[in-house]
Design a protein around this ligand. Structure first.
Ligand code: ADP
Ligand code: TRP
Length: 328
């Protein structure tokens, strides 16, 4: 039996939970870096709607967010033909692998899962989906031969469990049936929200990605700044305005704006105008693309289904290797 995976470029897999409309922090901290991986990897992206079901139960909500996320990623530059983009629930093979994994994992390993343990510690009665969440995630990863899974620190425990289960599967079957994925910690740049805390949907301090230019301006005007007089020199270091500006401009542009602020006679209001222009230069071209894509749900369905049709044979191959190796 030969080792799975394609020769040459490493396969990277990115899973996105459809729980909200992405904001600027999601774009700069997660979407843009994940899309840049296509330069060095064979990239695969999927929308983890069954994972979202652990928390979102209102019928229709997840589907709406699947469209939000798919339209966002394509508007931001994901080429669904060059790479792979699919919806988790369109490839139910993942549950077959999840069952196999359930039969080799110790319940104690799942009891130590951060999300499950925290929920129990807080006196909640978490559903079994929360308990089994890491197994579904491991199945996502192993089904598609991922060499590398770029994730934030909060997902590290899940990848470690996945590696452990992959090694155990290969040991039990005495064959390299699955690829043992590498941990790749991606500490994307931290994007600050309008109030100076981390930009987050839960803090109400986020700049929407595809708001109109007018609403984007209203958001930028809400950013807290110092109250020095116009003529005073101003140090931008550590401010929200500077954090956002640096994410969307070149070093030359940053040096230029810093010099003007430090020289005095240039107000925070002027700097906000510069920030708005820089944000608009990045987001402006994506905005109409997003709205056109989001308005056509049948087209998004076709795109996701086409992705699933390409994902499915990969999933099937993994399961065939596994069944053969287990002599089922
Ligand atoms: P939120 O904090 O708004 O709930 P999520 O937890 O859904 O966002 O994050 C989705 C992805 O976006 C993750 O990869 C996360 O690291 C990234 N992300 C979210 N907010 C920020 C931020 N302020 N700066 C950088 N990356 C962020
Ligand atoms: N648990 C991940 C998150 O909350 C989403 C996810 C599900 C995922 N399956 C995955 C990420 C597989 C990477 C690989 O962000």
């Amino acid at each position: 039996m030969t080792a799975p995976g394609l020769p040459g470029r490493k396969v990277s897999l990115t899973g996105i939970k459809p729980t909200s409309l992405p904001h600027l922090g999601n774009y700069l901290g997660a979407i843009r870096p994940a899309l840049a991986l296509k330069e060095s990897h064979e990239t695969r992206y999927f929308i983890a709607d069954y994972h979202a079901l652990t928390t979102l139960k209102t019928p229709g909500t997840i589907r709406e967010h699947v469209y939000d996320v798919a339209a966002t990623w394509v508007a931001c530059g994901l080429d669904a033909e060059q790479t792979l983009l699919y919806r988790q629930s369109d490839v139910p093979e993942v549950f077959e692998l999840m069952w196999v994994l359930a039969c080799i994992v110790a319940t104690g390993q799942l009891e130590r899962g951060h999300a499950y343990k925290d929920a129990v510690a807080q006196g909640d009665a978490p559903n079994a989906g929360v308990f089994n969440y890491p197994l579904l995630m491991a199945a996502d990863i192993l089904l598609y031969d991922a060499d590398v899974v770029p994730v934030g620190r909060d997902q590290l425990q899940h990848i470690e469990l996945t590696r452990d289960l992959a090694e155990r599967l290969n040991y039990l079957t005495e064959a390299p049936v699955v690829t043992v994925p590498q941990v790749e910690l991606t500490e994307g740049p931290l994007v600050l929200g309008l109030d100076g805390r981390k930009m987050s949907k839960s803090y109400g301090n986020a700049l929407p990605l595809f708001a109109s230019e007018k609403d984007l301006k209203a958001g930028v005007m809400r950013i807290k700044t110092g109250s020095e007089p116009l003529e005073a020199p101003k140090d931008p270091e550590g401010t929200v305005l500077w954090n956002l500006y640096c994410h969307v401009t070149t070093e030359d542009e940053q040096a230029h704006l810093r010099a003007r602020l430090l020289a005095g006679g240039f107000g925070w209001g002027h700097a906000k105008v510069e920030l708005l222009a820089a944000l608009e230069a990045v987001l402006g071209p994506m905005r109409p693309r997003f709205h056109a894509l989001r308005a056509d749900e049948p087209a998004l369905d076709r795109l996701l289904v086409a992705g699933a049709q390409r994902a499915r044979p990969i999933a099937r191959q993994t399961l065939d290797r596994l069944r053969t190796a287990f002599k089922l």
